[in-house]
Write a protein that binds this ligand. Sequence first.
Ligand SMILES: Nc1ncnc2c1ncn2[C@@H]1O[C@H](COP(=O)(O)OP(=O)(O)OP(=O)(O)O)[C@@H](O)[C@H]1O
Length: 256
Amino acid sequence: MSLLEVRNVSKIYEGSIENKVLDNIRFQVKDGDFVGIMGPSGSGKTTLLNAIATIDPPSSGDIRIRGNNPYLMDAKEMALFRRRELGFVFQDFNLLDSLTVEENVVLPLTLDNIPLSAMNSRLEEVIQTLGIEPIRHRMIHEISGGQRQRTAIARAMIHHPSIVLADEPTGNLDSKSSKDVMMMLQQMNEQEHATILMVTHDVMAASYCQRVIFIKDGKLYNEIYRGENRQAFFQKIVDMLALLGGDRYDLTTARL
Ligand SMILES: Nc1ncnc2c1ncn2[C@@H]1O[C@H](COP(=O)(O)OP(=O)(O)OP(=O)(O)O)[C@@H](O)[C@H]1O
């Protein structure tokens, strides 16, 4: 069984004009996959991610995570499911400014009443892996954007979620910090077998994925696999985006 199954998902926003934003999307993500989602602005990427994140239900089709359909759960079960099974990484980090780095990282465990002993060993593990040991006691406003995103990744992964959903994780970072953050995500994927699904406009970021799914006008357009060579994959992504068209990809400035 796949970890995530997106089964014929469509989404229609009702309004003065009916707007079909997702049209029969179907794909699977296996344990340990690192998958990117790309597509022109307005193609439905965030809508799809929100449907998987249990934030906004599909109009038809279903989402299964480890065989469970979260939309069949009551509100309490769904909140618990979201907290235990999912990890989130956002473009604007979504950290709590009034807490330290370390306090932000342990937040999901605290919310779940995990014992302090279990919390400490896991905390040390993620703090070391993500290289945030030297800043663990700093407040969020005292650290850089790249360090904030590392902190957010640590928070997303501390409870070993089934899948980490990342929405433009490099969107607010310079190119050096973006690379750094992508290398961290890759490391978590390789070392901890973390399963990651990431929406991005950033070709460099997408080139770290094992697979990239392309969406156009709410439909699955194509998917490509990385193989060994990231440079060749980067070029394949650039070529695919050129075919896809759209307004948010300035492919002349895309850098590996
Ligand atoms: N709540 C809503 N009500 C009505 N239409 C919506 C709503 N949310 C999104 N849309 C429309 O759905 C379409 C897809 O939006 P979505 O944000 O999923 O695209 P996207 O691919 O993530 O775009 P971007 O790359 O610009 O972030 C757009 O046409 C958008 O205007």
